[in-house]
Design a protein around this ligand. Structure first.
Ligand code: NDP
Length: 322
């Protein structure tokens, strides 16, 4: 079968579309025939070597498809089930052997492509808004890169929880998408000073939480957007890593909180995985959470998908179709 592998870290051309052996389900595993793999920014960090991984490896952390085979001692799924998963490396492929305990059976009304689009970014938006800083009516939040994969979902979930959403994006087209996802105010952070705008929009009070997946270019100013005792949630680094940090800054800027969370600590047990995925998939089925799935590439064109993501040309979800 075909898969996209990395033999040595580098640019998009480090993604090699090549033949690999068919996966076999060992005890506790299921083989998933993949209908779509999700492209996520973490894939870029793995490809470049910012996140270390033993070489060579099949890249990709998210997919949806159908169970084609199960190994011994599998109780969670059966052959023919539509499933989706995240957190297991090797999704840029036609098939993958996955620990069955990581698979989520999709409810009727949610396609395997939607499953592939929802698992990583959807559950991330879910834990950020409901566990890291549980938003409530009366709160205001700042969401950076709001037209991105996590961003559009986080805007919608923040609105479901009753918060005011101030969003940042780089272009007018992305601003329209962020507004469509419920953002109350949108700032073009490539043209406007987002710190001054947040101060103006909140009457000088600041926001209770900043959700920052951009990192290097937004982190310092984001701290100045927080109300006293507010929380900086640094969950990504699409513009590059934030440098070293002096904790006394948190005191000086108003007894702030700083956290650097990861999805994988929020779906560590099967119960938590099923609960979080269950919420996200039910919202999708019921039309409360809309997925934007306009950008699809063939699996063999994974390098093009990475180029588009890194050039800030994508909005919402990017999928690879084997
Ligand atoms: P996105 O779809 O949000 O794509 C990245 C976006 O970041 C771009 O579209 C762009 O939006 C913005 N951006 C700003 N500066 C840059 C830059 N210099 N280069 C590239 N992009 C830039 O990606 P994802 O939704 O997949 O991920 C968003 C972030 O969240 C990533 O940092 C990712 O690693 C992180 N993440 C963290 C998780 C966790 O649990 N900690 C889980 C999932 C994702 P614009 O043009 O509007 O500026």
């Amino acid at each position: 079968m075909k898969a996209v592998r990395v033999h040595s870290p580098g640019g998009p051309d480090a993604l090699r579309f090549e033949d690999v052996p068919e996966p076999v389900a060992k005890a506790g595993e299921a083989v998933v025939k993949i209908d779509a793999a999700g492209v996520n920014y973490i894939d870029v960090h793995l490809r470049t070597g910012l996140h270390k991984q033993d070489l060579p490896f099949t890249i990709g952390f998210e997919a949806g498809g159908t169970v084609a085979a199960v190994g011994p001692n599998v109780t969670e799924v059966k052959v023919g089930d539509p499933v989706a998963y995240t957190g297991v490396l090797g999704a840029y492929a036609q098939s993958a052997a996955v620990p069955a305990a990581r698979l989520v059976r999709l409810p009727a009304g949610v396609s395997t492509k939607q499953g592939a689009a929802a698992m990583l970014q959807g559950m991330t938006a879910h834990y950020l808004a409901s566990a890291t800083y549980p938003l409530k009516p009366g709160d205001a939040c700042l969401i950076h890169a709001a037209a991105g994969g996590v961003g559009l979902l986080l805007c919608q979930i923040a609105k479901l929880r009753g918060a005011r959403v101030i969003a940042t994006v780089s272009t007018d087209d992305k601003a329209r998408l962020a507004r469509g996802a419920g953002a109350d105010d949108v700032i073009l952070y490539t043209a406007q000073d987002f710190e001054a705008e947040v101060r103006r929009l909140t009457g000088g009070k600041g926001v209770q939480v900043v959700y920052d997946g951009v990192g290097k270019t937004t982190f310092d100013k984001g701290l100045n957007c927080l109300a006293p005792r507010g929380m900086m949630v640094l969950f990504g680094q699409s513009s590059g890593p934030v440098g070293s940090f002096d904790p006394s800054v948190l005191n000086a800027k108003g007894s702030l909180f700083l956290t650097r969370p990861s999805l994988f600590h929020h779906i560590a047990t099967r119960d938590e995985l099923l609960a979080r995925a269950g919420d996200v998939l039910a919202w999708i089925r019921d039309g409360k959470l809309k997925l934007r799935m306009e950008t699809e590439f063939a699996l063999k064109d994974a390098a093009e998908a990475h180029r588009a993501l890194e050039a800030r040309k994508t909005t919402g979800k990017v999928l690879l179709v084997p």
